[in-house]
Design a protein around this ligand. Structure first.
Ligand code: X90
Length: 276
C-alpha cells in the first residue's frame, strides 16, 4: 500500500525525503493581505510588514477543501494537525477525511490531533515513515502513533507573547509576564493541547538551562529532539550543545519556523519537540 503524509504548516516541515508528503498552509492575514505559509513566502519580509503595520493581524487554518486537495491520490493517508485546542485545523481535516472516504472507498485516512505543534508533529510523522519502512500496515501504524504520542512532548521558550494574546490563544495575564525586558517564558504543550506557561527566566542562558531541566523532568533520556527557531539559530545550537554534553549521540535536528510559528513564537522563539 502506498502511504501519504499530510501536515498543516505549523509542523515547520516543508518536505520529507523520499516520502509522498504535503504541507497544507495556514495563513497570516493583515490589512486584507494573506501571507500563505508555504516555501514561496519570505517570512522575514512578512514579519517586517507586520511590525510596521498599525492594523491588527490574525491567522486562519486550512479549510476542508485545502486538506482534501492535499489528500488527493493517497491510499493510506496520515494527516497531522496543530492542537485542536488552539485552531480549527483538526476540524477541517476531519471533515476532509469524511469527504475523501465517501469518494475513495478503498482509501484509509487517519487524522491525528497532535495536541501540539512544530517538532512534536515532526516526530509523529517520522514515526509513520519508520512504521512503513518496517512493513507495518495502516491499522498497526495508527496504533503505533497513538502509543508513541503518549511519549512525545513539546516545550517552548518565548520572548514575547503579544500575538498569542492579541489572538486570544493565551490569557493577557500570561502574556504580560513576557513583556518585561529580558524575560523569557518557558512553557509546554499541556496534555489537553493548550499552552501552559511554566517558568519566567531572566536571560537566554537561564531559559535554555530551564528547558533542559524540564525535558529531564518529563523523562527525556537521550531520545530524538526536533528544534524549530524563529531567528534564533544560535539559541537552538546552544540548546543542542547542552543536550549533547550529557547525551553525546543524541539525534537532534534544527530547522527554521515557518510563517505560522514565526508569527506566534515571535523573534527569538524556540519550539522543541522531544521523546520522553
Ligand atoms: O487556526 C489558526 O489560526 C492557528 C492558531 C494557532 C495558535 C497557536 C500557535 C502557537 C505556535 C507557539 C509556541 C508553542 C505553543 C504550543 C501549544 C500547544 C507556537
Amino acid at each position: 500500500m502506498n502511504y501519504k503524509i499530510v501536515a498543516d504548516s505549523s509542523s515547520n516541515v516543508r518536505e520529507l525525503q523520499n516520502v509522498d508528503y504535503k504541507s497544507v498552509p495556514l495563513k497570516i492575514i493583515c490589512e486584507g493581505k494573506e501571507y500563505v505559509d508555504d516555501s514561496n513566502l519570505n517570512v522575514g519580509k512578512m514579519i517586517d510588514d507586520l511590525k510596521y503595520s498599525k492594523s491588527a493581524s490574525t491567522t486562519s487554518c486550512p479549510n476542508s477543501q485545502e486538506w482534501l486537495d492535499a489528500f488527493e491520490g493517497g491510499e493510506d493517508i496520515f494527516a497531522f494537525t496543530i492542537t485542536s485546542s488552539l485552531s480549527g485545523s483538526f476540524n477541517s481535516a476531519t471533515n476532509a477525511k469524511n469527504l475523501y472516504l465517501s469518494n475513495n472507498e478503498n482509501a484509509n485516512v487517519c487524522v491525528v490531533d497532535s495536541l501540539s505543534t512544530g517538532g512534536e508533529m515532526q516526530l509523529l510523522m517520522e514515526k509513520v515513515v519508520e512504521c512503513y519502512e518496517n512493513g507495518y500496515d495502516f491499522e498497526s501504524t495508527k496504533n503505533e502513533i497513538e502509543n508513541y504520542k503518549k511519549n512525545t512532548h513539546l516545550i517552548f521558550c518565548l520572548k514575547s507573547m503579544n500575538n498569542l494574546a492579541k489572538n486570544g490563544r493565551v490569557s493577557s495575564a500570561s502574556a504580560k509576564v513576557a513583556l518585561v525586558l529580558g524575560i523569557r517564558v518557558v512553557g509546554k504543550a499541556s496534555d489537553e493541547g493548550t499552552l501552559q506557561p511554566l517558568h519566567k527566566c531572566r536571560g537566554e542562558g537561564k531559559a535554555l538551562q530551564t528547558i533542559y531541566e524540564v525535558m529531564l523532568a518529563e523523562g527525556f533520556c537521550g531520545g530524538k529532539v526536533r528544534i524549530s527557531h524563529c531567528n534564533n539559530e544560535e539559541g537552538a545550537k546552544k540548546l543542542e550543545e547542552i543536550i549533547k554534553s550529557s547525551f553525546r549521540n543524541c539525534d537532534v535536528e534544527i530547522n527554521e519556523c515557518g510563517a505560522l510559528c514565526s508569527y506566534y513564537a515571535e523573534d527569538g522563539g524556540l519550539i522543541v519537540g522531544y521523546e520522553g
